[in-house]
Design a protein. Structure first.
Length: 277
């Protein structure tokens, strides 16, 4: 039997796909953390890094982003040779281009001057300020969720159960909306002409890690509890991992959401086994 569990989030929508094997072992079929602000078919700009050394990019040569050291083209400078940290005025751009192309028209617009100079220079990279969650509407989240489910449709159609962390309606209505979008999208996409979607069950947050303090007071304790439970399963060599997903978990900056999704899978499989016995 195989189960997928979702720990609901916007910047951290975690999911785990776990399959029960004989001899109390489990196979990890999927384990990831998805940012709904980036992972849609429309695709927001990702973090800019240098093509060569992977450090922060500061300049752009055509479509290639780079740090100053690995710039493909000479970095844009003023007529005195000083590096420009931002795109200068139209007048200054005209003067720089005139030194390269004597036929440049003085009436040229700033956009045209920039495009002409890009043939010769690397321009300062314009940093796009990330939008806050509040700036996105539900249609964007829906597009991201659809993109995710369609990507995994063929394998997720074979699941025996889907678990979604239930969100409080009044405490965090935006997260509740994401939960319902996820629920509806899974039901809509994971079906064929002859087969309906796998059964979907909502899981209360308190059921993810039992024996810990309930409510807000026990939040950190529960998060640590789920990570400890994952570590225990890994150390006991109960997990078959052919995709290096454990390494991805161990190297993740934010482990607790991945751990929560894993724990929900373990509990769901235990419930299904209990029903069969």
């Amino acid at each position: 039997m195989s189960v997928i569990s979702f720990d609901v989030g916007i910047k951290n929508l975690a999911f785990c796909v776990l399959k029960k094997l004989p001899n109390e072992k489990y196979e990890l079929l999927g384990w990831d953390n998805v940012n709904l602000l980036n992972d849609s078919s429309t695709g927001l700009p990702t973090k800019n890094i240098c093509y060569s050394c992977k450090s922060k990019a500061t300049h752009q040569s055509g479509e290639v982003n780079s740090c100053a050291r690995h710039s493909v083209r000479p970095i844009l400078t003023d007529l005195s040779g000083n590096k420009l940290l931002k795109i200068p005025s139209t007048k200054e751009l005209y003067s720089i281009l005139l030194a390269k192309e004597s036929t440049t028209k003085k009436s040229a617009k700033k956009e045209a001057l920039v495009e002409a100079l890009k043939k010769y220079y690397a321009f300062p990279l314009e940093v796009i300020k990330p939008l806050k969650v509040a700036n996105f509407d539900l249609s964007y989240f829906h597009d991201s969720i659809r993109f995710l489910v369609l990507k995994h449709k063929e394998s997720w159609l074979q699941l025996d159960e889907i678990c979604i962390e239930n969100q409080p309606a009044f405490k965090n209505p935006q997260m509740k909306s994401v939960q319902m979008l996820l629920f509806a999208t899974l039901r809509d996409i994971l079906r064929t002409e002859t087969q309906g979607p796998p059964p979907i069950r909502l899981v209360h947050a308190s059921q993810k890690v039992k024996g810990k303090t309930a409510g807000d007071d026990g939040y950190k304790e529960r998060k640590k509890g789920s990570e400890d439970r994952v570590t225990s399963a890994i150390n006991a060599k109960k997990i078959i991992d052919t995709h290096n997903l454990i390494g991805k978990f161990q190297g993740a900056a934010k482990k607790n959401d991945l751990a929560d999704a894993f724990c929900m899978c373990l509990d769901a499989i235990a419930k299904m086994c209990a029903k069969e016995s």
